[in-house]
Design a protein around this ligand. Structure first.
Ligand code: MEV
Length: 316
């Protein structure tokens, strides 16, 4: 069997605003989804996933799925679409595992699943070029995150590293290689991205102008953030992250008391900056730390789970 992987992601800047065509910066993380794949002699599709379950189907039994009711539906839908589109007649064994926590969300576990399964299918059938991953995968991402989801996380799970991205029209730039000292703090509270995206949408529909102003302010932070990343100005970067958090929390209302507590405690104990990452109302926060103060910050954040992982990893 060949082992393939795809990384999860964090949002350094710009979640929610990206849905409205603003720029965001996303980074791939060292926590990944892994696939082992091999062709079979017959026409069976045998899939097992540590976190999602298992299924075995004949190719002719594969069906595209319009609405996901259980976790395995995403994988069934992706495989069905791929096999039908490219008229594949050979079966596969596919094993999926992941070290991205999927319960609270916030690190794009489903995006990493999509990219790693597509990587695995391509390893044996070579049908989709990486530059076409976004267009191929966005319909699946939208079935998970709601119809207006931006799907920009797909760029980091596809290409790795730090990615400056926007949609409508799609613009994508890899910001190169560097490692930021970032901790991920998991609230353990499920972040339902489809719900937070539609929550912001409802507010937007009632008063587009006020929301546009906030999205513009967020985008300014993103563009300043890009400069701070490039110049490794951690003080500036941290301040911008904190400002982004405050806009998400106070203006868009997508934070959670536990996320706010993480940000507050981290800042009080010397973090350069901290913010929620992803859809919010649960999920994770990210903390830009001064390495000398990291241990103390971790100690003070004993009310949540802390992940230390490489940020901006490259893909296989
Ligand atoms: C969720 O990971 C990121 C959001 O910006 C939604 C999206 O971009 O689709 C909140």
């Amino acid at each position: 069997m060949t082992l393939i992987s795809a990384p999860g992601n964090i949002f350094l800047f710009g979640e929610h605003a990206v849905v409205y065509g603003k720029t965001g910066i996303i980074a791939a993380i060292g926590m990944k989804t892994y696939c082992e794949i091999e062709k079979r002699e017959d026409s069976l599709i045998n899939v097992s996933s540590e976190g999602y379950g298992r299924f075995e189907l004949k190719i002719e039994e594969l069906r595209e799925i319009s609405e996901y009711k259980e976790r395995m539906d995403l994988i069934k839908d992706l495989i069905s679409t791929y096999f039908k589109k490219f008229e594949i007649e050979e079966g596969i064994n596919l094993k999926i595992s992941s070290d991205i926590p999927k319960d609270s969300g916030g690190m794009s576990s489903s995006t990493a699943v999509l990219c790693s399964v597509l990587n695995a299918l391509n390893k044996v059938f070579q049908k989709v070029d990486k530059k076409d991953y976004y267009n191929f995968l966005i319909p699946f991402q939208r079935k998970i995150h709601g119809g207006s989801a931006s799907g920009v996380e797909l760029f980091s799970s596809t290409f790795g590293g730090y990615n400056k991205v926007k949609i409508n029209p799609i613009e994508y730039k890899n910001l190169g290689k560097l490692e930021l000292p970032i901790l991920i703090a998991d609230t353990g509270i499920e972040a339902n991205t489809a719900e937070t995206v539609s929550y912001v949408r409802k507010g937007y529909e009632l008063d587009k102008r006020s929301y546009e102003e906030i999205f513009d302010e967020i985008e300014k932070l993103v563009l300043e953030g890009e400069k701070a990343i490039k110049s490794k100005d951690f003080i500036k970067l941290g301040n911008l992250m904190f400002e982004n958090h405050n806009l998400l929390a106070k203006e868009l209302g997508v934070s959670h008391p536990k996320l706010n507590k993480i940000v507050r405690v981290a800042m009080e104990n010397g973090a350069y900056g901290a913010k929620l990452s992803g859809g919010g109302k649960g999920g994770v926060a990210i903390i830009l730390v001064d390495k000398k103060k990291e241990e103390k910050i971790i100690e003070k954040l004993d009310f949540c789970k802390i992940y230390k992982t490489e940020i901006g990893v490259s893909t296989d």
